[in-house]
Ligand binder design. Structure first.
Ligand code: NDP
Length: 452
């Protein structure tokens, strides 16, 4: 007679939870998982995937314009928001089915209900209680909005994916990943966009050249970025529109006000306190490099933890957890040199340190920087620049930071991230032959430091 119903029970079937469940089951573990929303998690259902589809949709407007310089006569174009939403929904339904199949093919039992910890080995699932030798919390996060008067008139990215119509005028609040991405999406699709950010420049935490370049390009595309500004109140007018009061005393009118002001972990009604799982004041669950909480039988991965909130990171953490606990291959989650991208217009991608942080971590550095018009825009006539930057540790010659703003930046940096993660030197970059003509070849042909 087995002591527990399951070897592993996972709370939350998003990227991290599903990966951990499948890998553990592949090692022969008896695995159950519960999910109160749709299987697939934020990334698939209301995050990365639909966002990127929207971003593609928004890029077409510029593609049609750019075509003229190449001899094309595109003629009159029109855009159907309803069709985009319907097609996006169909794709999300397909991916949801793929995720469901992944679980059933791996013999992971799915409970489509909310799960709540009762103690360190038991989870309440509606009327049922299941027990497990190990429990993994992978409940992810959700948007957070500031408590201002009239906040109920605003939306978050969750609702932006289901708007009935494309708003004519949008205010996007925030300067982070989601705010920059949605400002680009709405602007590309034809909405008038004001982006309101409280700080000195959007994308805090990114390299200063990335921030300045992106802000300049977004402004060039028509996005009205208001820095050092906060929305203090929202008022719904009789015509159904929204008046947003700003702390500089001015007001803006909009059809939609979207808050992209950060995310918080999903820990409500999770039973953490009753089970004795420590959580930080914002709800984040602190874990060690093996994703262990303070309880030996309870683990956590993904956005619910106090680490980096990115889908591939949750996947990596979930996989490392399953290898460690069920595969006889203990290995810590590896958070060094995580590349990331902002699917803004133009996109940003980065791996390694910023110039500002470089001195703290690597001492003296050399900076290589290049700004140029991508070849595509020689004939299109579009005034959009690409910016590339390398940060090299002087003592070792290693490339410790690589930043790109411009066409195809995420595709370019994914490849170069292998080199940076592997600790390759600037000299090794230099002796790599470029692919001509590409923008990416610039990263292996920059010879003269701009400073350092
Ligand atoms: P971010 O943390 O990136 O940005 C939040 C923004 O909201 C910041 O500009 C922040 O300002 C601002 N903000 C916070 N509190 C307030 C407030 N009270 N009033 C006004 N502004 C405020 O969060 P996001 O919501 O954009 O995204 C959450 C996370 O999801 C990201 O950090 C990222 O890890 C992940 N993500 C990744 C994507 C990708 O890989 N492409 C895409 C989308 C999300 P300040 O800078 O001053 O703190």
């Amino acid at each position: 007679m087995r002591k527990f119903d399951y070897d592993l029970f996972v709370i939350g079937a998003g990227s991290g939870g599903v990966r951990a469940a499948r890998v553990a089951a592949g090692y022969g573990a008896r695995v159950g998982v519960c999910e109160s929303s749709r299987v697939g998690g934020t990334c698939v259902i209301r995050g990365c995937v639909p966002k990127k589809l929207f971003s593609y949709a928004a890029h077409f407007a510029e593609e049609f314009e750019d075509a003229a310089g190449y001899g094309w006569e595109v003629g009159e174009t029109s855009f159907s928001w309803a069709r985009l939403i319907a097609n996006k929904d169909r794709e999300i339904d397909r991916l949801n089915r793929v995720y469901l199949a992944l679980l059933s093919d791996a013999d992971v039992k799915l409970y489509p209900v909310h799960g709540k910890l009762l103690d360190s080995h038991q989870v309440q699932l509606g009327e049922d209680i299941v027990s497990a030798e190990k429990i993994l919390i992978a409940t992810g996060g959700r948007p957070w909005t500031p408590e201002i008067s009239g906040i109920e008139h605003g939306i978050t990215s969750d609702e932006a994916f289901y708007l009935k119509t494309l708003p004519e005028r949008v205010i996007v609040v925030g300067g982070g990943f989601i705010a920059c991405e949605f400002a680009g999406i709405f602007n590309g699709l034809g909405s008038g966009v004001v982006q309101v950010y409280r700080g000195e420049q959007i994308l805090r935490g990114f390299d200063h050249d990335v921030r300045d370049t992106l802000a300049g390009e977004m402004t060039e595309k028509g996005i009205d970025i208001r820095l050092y500004t906060n929305v203090t109140e929202l008022i719904r007018t009789t015509g159904g529109q929204i008046t947003a009061k700003l702390d500089d005393g001015s007001e803006l009118q909009a059809d939609t006000v979207m808050f992209a002001t950060g995310r918080v972990p999903n820990v409500q009604n999770l039973g953490l306190r009753a089970a004795g799982v420590h959580a930080m004041p914002g709800g984040m669950i602190p874990v060690d490099e093996y994703s262990r909480t303070n309880l030996p039988s309870v683990f956590a991965v993904g956005d619910v933890t106090s680490r980096v909130n990115l889908t591939p990171v949750a996947l990596m953490e979930g996989h490392a957890f399953a290898d460690s606990e069920f595969g006889g291959n203990p290995r810590p989650a590896d958070h060094d040199f995580i590349p990331s991208a902002v699917f803004s217009h133009p996109p940003v991608a980065t791996v390694g340190v910023t110039e500002k942080d470089a001195a703290t971590h690597y001492g003296e550095v050399e900076i290589y920087k290049s700004e140029f018009t991508p070849m595509k825009h020689t004939l299109s006539g579009r005034r959009e620049k690409t910016m590339m930057k390398l940060i090299v540790q002087a003592s070792s010659d290693k490339v410790v930071g690589l930043h790109v703003v411009g066409l195809d930046a995420p595709e370019i940096v994914q490849g170069f991230a292998v080199a940076v993660k592997s600790g390759l030197t600037k000299q090794q970059f230099d002796c790599t032959t470029g692919i001509h003509p590409t923008a990416a070849e610039e990263l292996v042909t920059m010879r003269t430091p701009t400073q350092g």
